[in-house]
Write a protein that binds this ligand. Structure first.
Ligand code: A2P
Length: 332
């Protein structure tokens, strides 16, 4: 079998990664259609020795398509995913549009692959920070149920799209050359700076990214009772997110047990060399499929032995977005 596939948002940061991953993983393509806005119509993109031409997405774009990988923003998915489903496609949607819809499965293949079977045309790909946390935390939760997670993120510019990555590079050049620079994509200068995640802050004081990490994890883990709090922050990194994760388990757990569990966990690589002070770093996670996990230690503030601290880095565009979506499509 091979599949007539469309990438919606093909000219974006995640779209470019979709193209790369489909080739790298030899995805069984019968055809590939590149869709974006009218701004990109006619643009040529190289793919597997061919040149493909970007088309403007319209209501007719999905008539001859089986699978849609969608990453063009929530409002575009809200408009076009139902049209694609009506045309007979399965949509793997990388936006937040359908993630919390109870009728739409939200899937991290290493965690809840069985949920794919319940789909009615749309499968949602979780938020990048959620995926990067869920991959290493799930195998621990399966062995010793987690009661509470406290997570702080260090998020790359890539999460805000290709234009934000360009803005980080341009802002860094301007800073070093002593030039004025006014950001237009992100709300604050990204270079040589750290600021609260650029999503809206709700009445409870949590920004939307933080709220996504909480509710999406509860949905993916089928654990609505799990206590989770998050602080999400942008740092001047190009494309891999890091997270400091504090866990409270139901029963005591040692750091050696955590290492043992994670050493055979799918999608995880332990990078935890105390002697060389070598731990997960976004530059090392860039372009990698695995989530790097290190700084694994017992939490001294939980004297009952039920607490673990760890630090992770994962490629936001890859496992945090395009790779996870392609893995879902492969499972389909
Ligand atoms: P375009 O390049 O034509 O604007 P990123 O997340 O890197 O910012 O990329 C966003 C992706 O979503 C791009 O491929 C972009 O296409 C696409 N996109 C944005 N707005 C629309 C729209 N109104 N219709 C279709 N695609 C869109």
């Amino acid at each position: 079998m091979s599949y007539k596939t469309a990438i919606l948002g093909a000219t974006g940061a995640v779209g470019a990664e979709f193209l790369k991953i489909l080739q790298q993983r030899n995805f069984p393509l019968a055809s590939l259609k590149l869709l974006a806005s009218s701004r990109s119509e006619g643009k040529k993109i190289a793919f597997g020795g061919e040149e493909l031409t970007v088309e403007e997405v319209t209501e007719k774009s999905f008539d001859d398509v089986d699978l849609v990988l969608s990453s063009a923003g929530g409002s575009i998915s809200e408009k076009f995913a139902p049209i694609a489903v009506k045309a007979g496609c399965v949509v793997v949607d990388n936006t937040s549009a359908y993630r919390m819809d109870p009728s739409v499965p939200l899937v991290v293949p290493e965690v809840n692959p069985e949920d794919i079977k319940t789909h009615k045309g749309i499968i949602a790909n979780p938020n990048c920070s959620t995926i990067i946390m869920n991959v290493p935390v799930w195998p621990l939760h399966k062995v010793n149920p987690i009661r509470r997670i406290v997570v702080s993120t260090y998020q790359a510019a890539s999460g805000a799209g290709a234009a934000a990555m360009d803005e980080l590079a341009e802002g860094a050049r301007a800073f070093l050359e002593g030039r004025e620079f006014t950001p237009t994509v992100l709300p604050h200068p990204a270079a040589f700076n750290v600021f609260s995640h650029n999503s809206d802050v709700g009445p409870d004081g949590y920004n939307l990214e933080e709220t996504k990490m909480v509710h999406e994890t509860q949905k993916i883990f089928h654990a609505p009772e799990m206590l989770i709090t998050a602080t999400c922050v942008r740092v001047p990194v190009m494309r891999a997110h890091s997270e400091a994760i504090n866990l409270q388990f139901t029963n005591p757990i040692t750091e050696d047990e955590v290492r043992e569990i994670l050493s055979s966990a799918a999608g995880v690589r332990i990078v935890d060399d105390r002697e060389r002070s070598y731990f997960p770093m976004p530059l090392d996670a860039t372009d990698k499929d695995d989530i790097l996990v290190g700084r694994i230690r017992s939490d001294i503030s939980q004297p009952d032995g039920c607490g673990i601290e760890m630090f992770v880095s994962g490629d936001q565009i890859r496992k945090g977005a395009a790779l996870n979506a392609v893995q879902i499509a492969e499972m389909l």
